[in-house]
Write a protein that binds this ligand. Sequence first.
Ligand code: ME8
Length: 652
Amino acid sequence: MSDSCHKAYITTPIYYVNDIAHIGHAYTTIIADTLARYSRMSGLDTYFLTGTDEHGQKIEEAAKSRGKTTQAYADEISATFKNLWDDFDISYDKFIRTTDEDHKIGVQKAFSQMHKKGDVYKDTYKGHYCISCETFFPTIQLVDDEFCPECGKSTTIVEEESYFFKLSAYEDQLLKYYEDNPEFILPKSKRNEVIRFVEGGLQDLSITRTSFDWGVKLPTEFNDPKHVMYVWLDALMNYLTALGYGGDEEKMDQWPARVQLIGKDILRFHAIYWPAFLMSIDMPLPKHIAAHGWWTRDGEKMSKSKGNVVNPKEVADAYGLDNFRYFMLREVPFGGDGDFSQKALMDRINSDLGNDLGNLLNRVIGMSGKYFEGNVHSSNVAQYYQTELDEVHASLDLLEPLLYDMQIHRYLEELWRPLTVANRAIDKYEPWNLMKNGKEEEAMALNGLIVAILAKVSVMLYPVMPAVCTKISNALCFTIDTESWKSLVKDRALLAPFNLKKIDPLFPRIEAPLLTQIEPIDTTEPVKKKEKEVKKESDATEGIALIGIDQFFQTSLKVGTVVAAEEVPKSKKLLLLQVDVGEEKPRQVVAGIKEWYSAEDMLGTQVSVVANLKPAKLMGLKSEGMLLAAKDEDGLCMIRPEKPKKSGTPIG
Ligand code: ME8
């Protein structure tokens, strides 16, 4: 097995080929790419895997509905993923497809191993199956005895002979593992969810199907040709077969994986089934399963039927690939959900990238050109600016642990501190005055400081923004690699003397959204299935209706700022408000709050707005939203953000 200190095997989920890549898939892949690039730069023996998940009933049906053979359909969609990752310069070492022959052999080997271990038995499966989620559900979990609790689609009743995996036998071992390895599931909040689920009791898992045949066959020794493997057993095994498990085993020394990156939707499979399978075949467990949150679009869940799926290629083409990467990683705390809007993306580009980073580079290029013909050296930096250097190095030291702890947004936040130090130093020491007052050496040292900070920041930013940072390092005449990472970041060295090159501005200001509409990617309609919204389940004790997170996200809640307020004539209860929710024009909201708030009270304050209510008329006035408030016997109070937030900030 691997000397895990020097190896870094990093994986993404393998994506289903029933759909074309959207920003959710791009997000996972970009995080994994960032980790892989950092690992490589820091000298670790890195292996980065991604690929496509191509078996199962869902894919078979998707192909059928488009009138294609399953293989041809899988080939086509798998290629769209691979092409996108190639366009995005994703640095994967292997792109696996579950239809690869060597993968199938590896899955069969695992099945035999589990059987030898006594973990596989044959019985009959009776119950409900959700084809969309490729998951079995006990009746008790269904909504209205029929609908999938996860996606709301109608389930199919399955009664067939099946092989089972003794998942229940692994309950204690799993719980002990979570206990002994608190960092196995990241972020830690997700770990508790998994523990609670396992403590609730695990049922054995049906791991073969007989009602269709688009899957890996059982090993020949079972002599049972009507069975194919359950798609999740097949899919999870990709992480091992990609290294040669069941074949030449060439890369098996990369196992156990350092980080297996997933979305929170597939946590249960990766944090419960996958470790149990690994225990059964006597393999060590990955170091981290890291689950990120969900992306929505302008506050709404993305779905093909709403036509609001964001095409990552279109966004990257318009705004720049590295800018898009930075935005995704910086905008949302890892594990939390994020909202995609062009406005948020533009703000990040103009502010963090343009103002803080791009302008600094322009300033130092301008300064050194004007005063020193571009020739910069850092000989006297420590003499004049040790305090600044110390501050910069203190921030840099915090970065690597943040990255490995999957706090990527904090990593970027912390990486911006040295830029603040640099910008502040220029304002404070005023190089133009230093030059005027004959303090040339000090001015040169200031140049050296700024350039050193830019060099260090570009090294650490490289995994997130590889193309941009390569441009910066070219301008500063050095190459980003393990050597420069070690000397500039770890050993706190400064750059050798060099001639600073002029480059075009890296982040031209974006004044207005660049895309009028972000087209959905795939317009071919999938099979129309009977769908039902996941309905309320009554909570017997409290009488509170429970809803799924998806339903919650159907409500778009936003921070609004009251920009005009007046009384509605002849009404005792109503105020007429104009509320800025980050759109072109303020929304008109008629609110029944006059008994508790005057128009003056409301003017200029922030409120929480339900932004996707159908407009209504109250006393002949159009109302385009509702304000959140709490009312009890003492009266009514508005629900407001604790601190001022930009108008339009999503709440959730
Ligand atoms: O689940 N926000 O494949 P899949 C964030 N084949 N991430 C999102 C997202 C969104 N809105 N939508 C998708 C499968 N993702 C299985 C995996 S692994 C052995 C088998 C990302 O095509 C996220 O990483 O449905 C999620 O886990 C993955 O895509 C699901 O991709």
